[in-house]
Ligand binder design. Structure first.
Ligand code: ZN
Length: 163
């Protein structure tokens, strides 16, 4: 296992849709080990594979003391009437936090390394994590979901940081 460097905005891997995992080989086992180790740090809630430079559909989470991973996640349910609009941040967009609208509840289904079905679901932070990480796997960043005004301010902040 290894603690991997986090890719930062501007890196094309963050803007590339990740490929489905079709074979549970050593490469994928290593990816899972690295996702679990790299997310296991205070202040880290979730990590998508492309954030550590691997273009495969997988993410890990670290929420309320629970650390886990899912391969080939698909969002199968989002609450339609209940939303949250708290601040969101991203390890790949250092130092920024902006209000981001998300469904209050989310449920994703995928598989583990043995091919067994994995269900990850929850409200509030877990729901935000699921939606945020699945966006990553589609080459999206939470910045894409901000209001026009917040998006403009976020871009200004990034330019100030030289990103
Ligand atoms: Zn992120």
């Amino acid at each position: 296992m290894a603690m991997r460097d986090i890719r930062i905005i501007g890196d094309p891997v963050l803007r590339t849709e990740c490929d489905p995992i079709t074979k549970m080989d050593d490469h994928v086992r290593q990816l899972v080990a690295d996702l679990l180790e790299t997310v296991d740090m205070e202040g880290r809630a979730g990590l998508a594979a492309n954030q550590i430079g691997v273009g495969l559909r997988a993410f890990s989470w670290n929420i309320d003391g629970d650390i886990g991973y899912i391969l080939n996640p698909e969002i199968v349910e989002l609450s339609e009437d209940e939303y949250q609009d708290g601040d969101e941040g991203c390890l790949s967009v250092p130092g920024l936090w902006y209000p981001t609208e998300r469904a209050w509840y989310a449920r994703a289904e995928g598989v583990d390394l043995d091919g067994n079905k994995v269900v990850v679901e929850g409200e509030e932070i877990m729901a935000r994590c699921i939606q945020h990480e699945c966006d990553h796997l589609n080459g999206m960043l939470y910045l894409d979901r901000l209001s026009k005004k917040n998006h403009r301010n976020a871009m200004k902040e990034l330019r100030k940081q030289g990103l």
